[in-house]
Design a protein around this ligand. Structure first.
Ligand SMILES: CC(C)(COP(=O)(O)OP(=O)(O)OC[C@H]1O[C@@H](n2cnc3c(N)ncnc32)[C@H](O)[C@@H]1OP(=O)(O)O)[C@@H](O)C(=O)NCCC(=O)NCCS
Length: 157
């Protein structure tokens, strides 16, 4: 999917999430082990590798949602490809409260500040999530896109 970054809308979830005591911010390099372990426990190893990439850049291109000392979600850009948004995920217990959207808009604004005019969502998964507030366009003939031929995890026997 393709997203214009120069006319991003306001997302009401930002204020809602802040009012609920959740902070959405750029992750810090010393938090890398913490964020990658959390993503590995809740999601998959491909995303761990992508988060490692995002957490190794200066400035870091991974945003996190935190309440107190609890990590609730993450979103990256420039992980697999320059100009790509993702991966992103919110812990199951914290879903449906606007955190995914708040992470999305914070990361897209970060991309705009980094000099991009457009973002590519390389592997969107729930397309409706991205189309709800963003006027995101599906890119024809782009599946599996850059991920074609990627090594697969062995099946556990
Ligand atoms: C997709 C995901 C990040 C959304 O996080 P979230 O915090 O639950 O999302 P929000 O609460 O901000 O949802 C905002 C809106 O999008 C909608 N939405 C959320 N997830 C959706 C989905 N999978 N499909 C369609 N709509 C969705 C919500 O219903 C909500 O609408 P509402 O305000 O009318 O209730 C989360 O469900 C997740 O981690 N999923 C597994 C990982 C994944 O698929 N990541 C995306 C691919 S990289």
């Amino acid at each position: 999917m393709l997203v214009r970054l120069y006319d991003l809308p306001d997302f009401p979830s930002e204020a809602k999430v802040a009012a609920a005591g959740v902070t959405v911010r750029r992750a810090l390099p010393p938090e890398r082990h913490f964020v990658t372990a959390w993503v590995g426990a809740k999601f998959n190893n491909y995303w761990v590798s992508e988060v490692e990439m995002a957490m190794s850049q200066h400035p870091v291109t991974c945003w996190i949602a935190v309440r107190g000392n609890d990590l609730l979600g993450f979103a990256c850009h420039d992980a697999s490809m320059k100009g790509f948004f993702g991966p992103t995920g919110v812990g199951e217990a914290a879903r449906g409260q606007g955190i995914g959207e708040a992470l999305l808009i914070a990361t897209l604004r970060g991309m705009r500040e980094a000099g991009y005019g457009y973002a590519v969502i390389g592997d969107p998964g729930p397309v409706e999530f991205y189309q709800r507030r963003l006027d995101a366009l599906e890119i024809p003939k782009s599946s599996p896109g850059i991920y074609g031929g990627m090594l697969a995890e062995p099946n556990p026997e």
